[in-house]
Design a protein. Structure first.
Lengths: 260, 271
């Protein structure tokens, strides 16, 4: 009885290591190789459009609302201490340090990650990847690589956009509605936000999340069982694994960046 | 004649297992250059797997697969991709790119591998589409094509780079009699007019035997018969007879191997 549990656990562990290895190999073969700037540039542009530009709407709208909620909640708490003038600092720091990169990554996983998995998974299921291989074109370089780079490039930009829009949302509530003096609001922000610890770390976080989310999404699609059920499971797995990985990594990164 | 005897594909003592199930047990076969070679056998015995082995998408457990004297399983990644430029494969589903129209699908391999000027590219694509009789369908999307048309477009795409070898994976499955004879005619023309070597994997016996120069029958992990079509029709091996005449049960069993029926029904309880 105990033995079977151990055996199962072992088999599960080996299977996980196995797929981690395959995922690593996939990424390695996709991004290492002779660069062909013209050809890859065109593919990259198209993916930047479908992953980055098309995600803009959800990112901007969520950014505004999160910023407004943050502004309102922050205002109500700070007001009890008579410190509502530091609202600008609260909004900017929480967006830059946590909410910007994390929420963007979660939204990106849902909006673009699931789409990536489904797209690549269906290409596998309909043998498009196989036929590419047989036409002597490496699907890892042709399909996986441009999507990976597009994700890694667009997500940090989206994070910055999210943060900026969020701060505007906070200002909307704080300054226009609750009547905090604009000078105090922006002044508090300016004096507390540090380029190195806040802005640079925000970008680093979102680059790490970008690599994680895009990698998970692409591998799940590439490795999907070629049936409709398999693709639905792969898509779910992308969103679940990516979200968990983002939150877990966020703690690790936060501890490393702001821990001491 | 001497040249046409050189094999383009030469499989030697190849074995392949999937999990614990042996798919091929030490088989050898050769595909002579410029001929149509048929590989026939019941469904599910790994005919498609054989094509994937030749294309290097799967690796055999032992043995050699020589394509133009290169051993495919041992080639490096880049060499393998070089070798694949000289072969092409027609998938059962057609495997057209669903986001591109017919014209772009056929142009795809040319755009990937050649730097043809636009005018020449256009001419080449049009010639390939004309060869399969679908020049008028250039603007259609794959979703708008019937199964037979999709297969013909895939054929046009497969011949775009003028390969030395084309592998057809079940080209006749699910086609109406007219499309079937169109495909038969196309394969025959390709072979006769362009001298392309064809491997046709199929279980549609009469169609395949009508175009094949040589045929292998694969069943139960090995090759059970081979020869020119007339020989095969006259073959008196019961397994071959069953297959060629399409009898439901015989040496090739109707049932997938299974455990004891009674045990399955009542479980392992002792009676």
């Amino acid at each position: 009885m105990v033995l079977t549990v151990f055996a199962k656990l072992g088999r599960w562990g080996i299977a996980r290591c196995h797929s981690l290895g395959r995922a690593g190999l996939m990424l390695f073969h996709a991004i290492v190789g002779k660069p062909e700037p013209l050809q890859q540039g065109r593919l990259l542009l198209r993916q930047l459009y479908s992953l980055g530009v098309l995600s803009l709407l959800i990112i901007v709208v969520s950014g505004i609302f999160i910023g407004m909620v943050l502004g309102l909640q922050g205002y109500m708490v700070l007001k009890t201490y008579g410190a509502e003038t530091s609202l600008g600092m609260v909004v900017a720091l929480s967006l830059l340090r946590e909410l910007g990169p994390v929420v963007t990554a979660l939204l990106f996983a849902g909006r673009a990650g699931s789409a990536l998995t489904a797209e690549v998974g269906l290409m596998r299921a309909t043998e498009q990847l196989s036929s590419m291989e047989m036409m002597a074109v490496d699907p890892l370089r042709r399909v996986v690589a441009p999507r990976f780079w597009a994700g890694v490039i667009s997500m940090p930009l989206l994070s910055i956009m999210f943060t900026a829009v969020g701060i505007l949302g906070g200002a909307l509530v704080g300054v226009l509605w609750k009547g905090i003096d604009a000078g105090f609001f922006w002044g508090a922000m300016q004096s507390s936000v540090d380029f190195q610890t806040d802005l640079v770390n925000c970008v680093i976080k979102s680059i790490v999340f970008a690599i994680t989310v895009t990698w998970i999404a692409l591998f799940n699609g590439y490795d999907a069982t070629p049936t409709s059920e398999g693709i639905s499971r792969a898509t779910t797995r992308t969103v679940v694994h990516a979200s968990l990985a983002i939150l877990g990594l966020d703690f690790v990164l936060t501890a490393l960046m702001f821990g001491n | 004649m001497v040249q046409s005897q050189t094999p383009i594909v030469d499989i030697r003592n190849m074995s392949f297992k999937r999990g614990n199930r042996t798919i091929f047990d030490n088989i050898s076969l050769t595909v002579p250059k410029g001929k149509v070679t048929a590989i026939m056998g019941p469904s599910g015995i790994g005919k498609t797997t054989l094509l994937r082995l030749i294309g290097g998408q799967l690796t055999p457990d032992s043995g050699e697969i020589l394509f133009q004297n290169q051993n495919i399983p041992t080639l490096s990644r880049s060499k393998l991709y070089q070798a694949r430029k000289k072969m092409s494969m027609l998938f059962q589903s057609g495997a057209l790119f669903t986001d591109l129209n017919v014209y772009d699908n056929v142009a795809w391999p040319l755009r990937e591998h050649t730097q043809l000027p636009a005018a020449l590219l256009h001419t080449t694509v049009m010639m390939k589409l004309e060869a399969v009789g679908l020049r008028g369908a250039e603007k259609l999307m794959p979703a708008e094509l019937s199964g037979g048309m999709a297969r013909r477009v895939a054929l046009a795409r497969a011949i775009a780079l003028e390969p030395d070898l084309i592998m057809f994976d079940e080209p006749f499955v699910g086609q109406d009699p007219i499309t079937m004879s169109v495909l038969v005619k196309l394969i025959d023309e390709l072979n006769q007019a362009l001298g392309v070597t064809c491997i046709v994997v199929s279980h549609d016996v009469p169609e395949v035997l009508s175009i094949a120069d040589y045929a292998y029958i694969v069943a139960g992990e090995r090759i059970v018969a081979q020869g020119v079509p007339t020989d095969l029709r006259a073959n008196d091996n019961p397994q071959v007879r069953q297959f060629i005449n399409g009898e439901a049960d015989g040496p090739v069993p109707f049932r997938y191997p299974a455990g004891d029926y009674l045990t399955d029904l009542v479980g392992t309880r002792s009676v």
